[in-house]
Design a protein around this ligand. Structure first.
Ligand code: AMP
Length: 315
């Protein structure tokens, strides 16, 4: 069977990052702060997914966004025809990580060209079988979804900002989503229920067939009508920059699904391990450095390590 193309919509960004300890950049120099790091949800997801499947990106960048970053994407079966270059500055996000390198504060968000972005799909994108609606305004996620004729699988990501700020639009989106990917805090906020098992049940009653709850270094949970699956995270010795881990997880997961073309419970379990493995590469380097050369074989090897973590053999 042929690998299906994935349409990904999300942010493309310049990130300014601050870390509690010096971390090495691409040429090995260690620093605690980095400016103008190319990031964004669509950038991370598409780099990870392209290890497995062709990707089409719908996003907007400003005149300041480097052509070399688009060249890197194009060199990896990522179609950039759907990336609009608008007159103005690229979306910008500034974050500061806490000492645990898990929690972070958003210091600044500048929408810039994103403020007036109206996604219009490039020719042929409307037939995309797999769709990843990355974390952006739910109205924009719906606008993209409206332009896709007959998607096989609609996956959406969101964040606390939209859960509290745009609950009605988000509810419409969730109703039309096959698989929702959020973290534990967001699941609690969305459902108003602290217990994750009950929160998941509540969220599944709102429309999605499947739900993934990410728990950072503690791994992730998958819920659907056929049961629950728990994937551990890989225990890494070298965690440098967690930015984009969630997006890389979604990219790796969708890449695997696009390669298989089935979305049943058993396939989802394996896809979860591929998402986990893709995310593990992301956090080992600053920005996209850990995933921009990611190959399917690298991911496969780490999937074996994750399997081994919980393998107990027969009684
Ligand atoms: P993650 O660490 O997986 O949550 O993703 C981090 C990426 O999301 C960064 O590269 C940011 O540029 C991007 N980002 C941060 N805030 C937003 C936002 N409000 N909308 C869209 N993208 C964002």
């Amino acid at each position: 069977m042929q690998t299906r193309p994935i349409l990904i919509v999300g942010s493309m960004a310049f990130d300014d990052l601050e870390f509690p300890v010096p971390v090495p950049d691409a040429d090995g120099t260690a620093r605690t702060s980095f400016v103008d790091v190319v990031g964004g949800s669509a950038t991370y997801s598409s780099l990870a997914a392209s290890a497995f499947a062709p990707v089409r990106v719908v996003a907007v960048v400003g005149n300041d966004f480097p052509e070399s970053a688009l060249d890197t994407m194009r060199s990896r079966q990522i179609d950039t025809a759907g990336i609009e270059r608008a007159d103005g500055l690229t979306f910008r996000w500034k974050g500061r990580y806490h000492a645990d390198l898990v929690n972070r504060d958003t210091l600044d968000t500048q929408l810039n060209v994103f403020a007036n972005f109206r996604p219009k799909l490039a020719d042929g994108y409307g037939d995309s079988p797999l769709v990843l609606l990355g974390n952006i305004h739910p109205e924009l996620q719906l606008e993209v979804l409206d332009q896709i004729r007959k998607p096989e699988l609609v996956v959406a990501d969101t964040m606390n900002f939209w859960i509290t700020g745009e609950p009605k639009t988000l509810a419409k989106l969730i109703e039309r989503t096959d698989l929702l990917i959020i973290n534990d805090e967001e699941a609690r906020l969305l459902s108003g229920i602290h217990n994750l098992a009950r929160a998941a049940k509540d969220i599944l009653s709102r429309g999605p067939k499947g739900l993934i709850i990410k728990r950072g270094e503690h791994g992730s949970l998958y819920f659907d009508k056929d049961g629950i699956f728990a994937s551990p995270a890989l225990l890494l010795e070298n965690v440098v920059d967690p930015t984009g881990a969630g997006d890389s997880f979604a990219g790796g997961l969708l890449g695997y699904l696009a390669d298989h073309g089935t979305y049943d419970h058993a396939t989802m379990r394996r896809a979860m391990l591929h998402g986990t493995a893709a995310a593990s590469f992301c956090v080992e380097a600053v920005g996209t450095n850990g995933i921009r050369s990611l190959e399917r074989e690298h991911v496969r090897k780490r999937v074996e390590r994750i399997r081994h973590l919980t393998h107990v053999g027969e009684e």
